[in-house]
Design a protein. Structure first.
Lengths: 387, 387, 387, 387
């Protein structure tokens, strides 16, 4: 029986945008979405240009997201969900507009760039009973899902030490002056990405990945921020020591100045029975090292997979899947949630692997605590974990 | 300006089919196709079931591929191209039907399972002036494209030695008796996949990859075939020594009984200036080793990429892309070719990276020569390379 | 012409001792030493047993190191150098006795377990004009030497970020109660190894490796110590944030509870032009990643080696050398220094790669600062670097 | 109790010699030998120069090996064993002289360069009841020993496919004209190393490694030889297909023209239960891949080691050991054999891991069969395996 595709709209993602493409490819891969509306750019002309390329009906291109939220909500065939891929500082008002219009939201991380708005958005998302997903896509890699299952199943024993890093080299050189680098233009601009860009952009990914795999919360941080590139107006490097909710300790390193590193995302967790390691540069493998020195390497789509990982295996036989598939996995989870919501108005619960507004709130709190610790010369700052 | 999506149909790929999914995801990723017709299964009921899942209009589901070719050719909005994902023994009649109806063809490899049909199909494809693409998708990986460019640009110097293997472990155990294993059912059946299944299925990939990267032809082979799994009715392991068109030597190993190997595709080429290595388990890296011992590792989507590789980079910053993206790359090349054909009726020339009917013919000749050498106790058999 | 072998004695290293064997194999490899005297154990019987196995004349086995220092100094054929391989708490008195007797010293790290004795020993070593070497053997790996040269030659540009870890899993399980584990018996005993065992044992290696490769000093630390294994009486895990003398930042992780890790020594340095990575599990490779994404892998004993690395290459052609060779490299440097001292009474200068008493003193200061920071809830503590 | 060191002499290994150094370091590492006599060079002056550097009494330096054999055999403190490290063409007469003088022999591989002498030497070694060891040192790596044990213990099940290569890049460039390259001078000279140098030098290593790990014999070969470097007078590249004694098939690639490869030794064995892989560039790891896709990595000196591997672990905790240690392992086995021979005149039996004259004979037979197959245009040639 035909399951109708989910009608989705997009705010942001006009010509030259970066991550929006990953979102769109992620939507397409499993063919569960149809992109039918958008406010791709503040420039209506650019937005229409994008619409033409994306085969979106020009009559459903909007100048302003608020207008889009209202008009789409009013249509019988209006969008069921919106993907927000604008710079950080606009996530809050855009998400608010769509939630208030009764439309599900997929929001790029970080949820917001501000504690007040993060709290407000989390509350709003909860009140509205809508699906709210944050695109921490790395936690949607099959082997990351399997890692989380292994930890919960006790494979590592009691967790003692966590090492996580998202240390990219993407902005290791000065690129603020390049007028063609749209990414750099906003990610390195204090007013758009925040002074703590490296934390919002990369640190929140590492923070969520650690929480997702370990099942633990970060309860306190002690941090040192730095600006490596001369003349840069945001911090581009952050070293953070961690205390976790079970008493384990760890370190998180977020950087955009790690020269020569590609994306640089890696997690290592050490328990009293075994440790695990995963890194995005080789996402189809997960390494387990046991107390007795015995080492196992698990391969995506091959033997020894958990149900959660198998569900996310499209080809099998160890054929590599990558970054775009991680977005597709996340969008596939969103589709499941929306299809369930169609039936019973339910939203994903605490056991869902889908990152949501609580993750977004905790991410912003983490950034705030790191900043506070830095300003306090590295003293320990507690991070509230209730929500 | 909107570029209309290419209308595509599919023969094969009904419920439980394997590689058809990779084709469909490859089509979707860059949003240049719309799947509008199909003969997904010999069972009309199953075909309709697939159509429903795939959002294909039931009125364009056909019982038989010949009917589909005729009716679609007759429609103004008929398919422009068909993807053939049936078992090997039907590639020829299906492809013939669509070419004769004036419809472009994307055909799964091997092109056919028989020299006569291979010759006939190659001739037909040439005569008709249509796009004919063979899904040797591995040669569409960005780093494989870059490897080919490096070789042509002289980075390796004169090529001396080639080592290529497609040694999978997928059928290392006896699985012929498992009624649920559809892949095994036909790939291990002499009547459907041929006695030389390991060569048609995996050997032709290795053969094409070697030719694609090296720019050389295989001119003679000396081979030994083996059946590793007791009771199996097809050969499942092949060792082939190679003589190449410039006098270089090499070896090709194709296997489906390489226990514990995932897909096991790897190529190494040694020239008088440098060597290169690429393997599909880690497709986003390409290693170059120079005569003086200096070693370089190139990363997909990162520094030092060629234009051909950059063109195939969707996300960048070293974010991994995989098997599905290799299909998407190939389908993207097919789309370019079809869009060009719309304008000027041209077909891809010898400089196109798109594998075509000549590659298919050479692949079948390679299989035949290997079989002949095996039957002749390993003596050298020449392989014709003109076409 | 024959160069007479250097006469060496040993304090510690009796039956069951661990690292003493690495010292002895290191001495033997290049055949520049002859072991002629020893106080291998506090038990004279065990010491004689060791002497018999080691082909040492029983008449030169001593009950006490002080007696050994005096008697050997008095002999015309007395030892020229002593290797001290006792637990940390006795390094000071033993080294003092031999230096005062005019005998060169090779001392296991850490130099001492106490700031006062470290200062005293450093002063004594300087006053006496004798060779004093500390066995930070990791900095004697050929590729580490090459790394240091590359940094000094500007290959990385200005250093910005340092990541160094010596995170072993050797004591991830409780082993304090095993009477046969001699290593555990003293390394986990607060009275012999100090409460800060993980820092003295592993942290000082990481600290010296960082200083050796980077050419920078650690000027301040902010730290968190932890005891992972229940009931353990020493800290077994340490996370340390670093400020370096040029303003760079970094992190150092020392652990003996990193379950499943072998020795776990790794260094990564990021400059504004390139970064480098080396890890002891794969010591014959050194990876350089450039700002533009270009990556190079250098291989020990192969192309592109520096003079310093070539000097330490025994076999070449990329044949792997390991931990024992790193000791041999260090002992080879000591032999050079002693042979020079024979001629002109000189001692290695600041440009020597041989770790000496200044490194030992800085190592102890580092441990003290880390402990102080931990006790001060992670606040930044400055580390004096003059000596 | 003191175990007296074994008195050893050396033929070959004068100034500039290559592999002799590895032999001498291998002897020294575990301190079970004392080098007391030598005919290091045909030039007595050079031999005396070597003796001085090696601390060998000049009165025991001989002009000719025959003189050395006789005189040392006549001394009460004469050598018990000789190490022969001359070019291939002199192995036979030298070994013969020492065996006939009742002196044990450690002989560099290949045993001889000729079938007649190989047979004669094997017979002589057997008749004399002396220890005869061939330095196929790679089979003395701890993880190779463990691999052999795993295979014999059934971990792989029935072996089906073998892939072994010793494909070095050491002579990928023309170096015949360099007067300072002593290695090249004889290894590329048909009169000293034989026309089949690549087989004698590297092919026999691969052949022995395969036999050692698999426990199978090579019963037939089909081969293609090539000379990659223009003007070279020996074959420098060999592709060999294999039939093994249990019916398994495989391939062996030996090359000295594999541009950019270091030593290039690797073995992969596939059974019906699992496969294994080991390569010398990373000798401290052994990878096992099971039929179900589960993969294990074993680390030298760490958990999960067999008794045979533990016996060859000098440092433990995963600290890397390398090429020199593999020689030391082999010399350690020779020492065990000689010490046993001192007691009971026994020689190592078929279960000994020490490569002996039978291995040498089979190696020469293998080379001859490969050459014959090449000359017969790649036809299958049987290799006798009885001895």
């Amino acid at each position: 029986m035909t399951r109708p595709r989910i009608r989705i709209g997009m705010v942001g993602g006009g010509p030259g945008a970066g991550i929006a493409n990953a979102h769109r490819m992620g939507m397409r891969l499993d063919d569960r979405y149809v992109l039918v509306a958008g406010a791709f750019s503040r420039s209506l002309e650019k937005s229409r240009q994008a619409a033409a390329e994306l085969h979106v009906d020009p009559s459903r291109i909007y100048q302003h997201y608020a207008e889009m939220a209202q008009e789409e909500a009013a249509r019988e065939d209006g969008i069921e969900v919106v993907a927000i891929v604008t710079p950080n500082d606009s996530h809050y008002p855009v998400a608010k507009a769509f939630l208030e219009a009764g439309i599900h939201v997929v929001c790029d991380k970080p949820m917001t760039d501000d504690l007040e708005t993060a709290i407000a958005l989390h509350e709003l998302a909860q009140q509205r009973g809508l699906v709210f997903a944050l695109t921490h896509n790395y936690s949607a890699y099959a082997m990351v899902r399997q890692a989380a299952e292994l930890v919960r199943g006790g494979a590592l024993g009691e967790l003692r030490i966590a090492q996580v890093e998202h240390a990219s080299g993407w902005a290791a050189a000065r690129m603020e002056d390049d007028p063609h680098n749209k990414q750099a233009a906003w990610r390195l601009a204090p007013d758009q990405a925040g002074e703590y860009s490296v934390l919002y952009d990369l640190g929140t990914h590492a923070h969520q990945l650690l929480r997702f795999v370990s099942g633990l919360e970060v309860t306190a941080v002690a941090a040192e921020l730095n600006t490596c590139v001369t003349g840069r107006r945001v911090f581009d490097d952050a070293h953070v020591q961690l205390r976790l909710s079970n008493g384990a300790r760890g370190a998180l390193w977020a950087s955009m100045a790690a020269t020569g590193n590609a994306h640089g995302l890696r997690i290592r967790l050490y328990g009293d029975k075994a440790s695990l390691e995963w890194e995005q540069i080789d996402p189809h493998h997960l390494t387990l090292r046991h107390l007795d020195g015995h080492c196992e390497v698990l391969t995506h789509g091959y033997g020894g997979q958990s149900a959660a990982a198998e569900r996310l295996t499209r080809v099998g036989l160890g054929h590599p899947e990558g970054f775009i598939e991680s977005f597709a996995n996340l969008y596939s989870d969103v589709a499941e949630a929306i299809e369930r919501h169609r039936l019973d108005k339910s939203v994903p619960g605490a056991d869902s692997p889908l990152p949501g507004s609580r993750d977004g709130l905790l991410g912003v709190r983490f950034v705030k605590a790191v900043a506070e610790s830095h300003l306090a010369q590295g003293g320990w700052i507690e991070v509230a974990t209730e929500s």
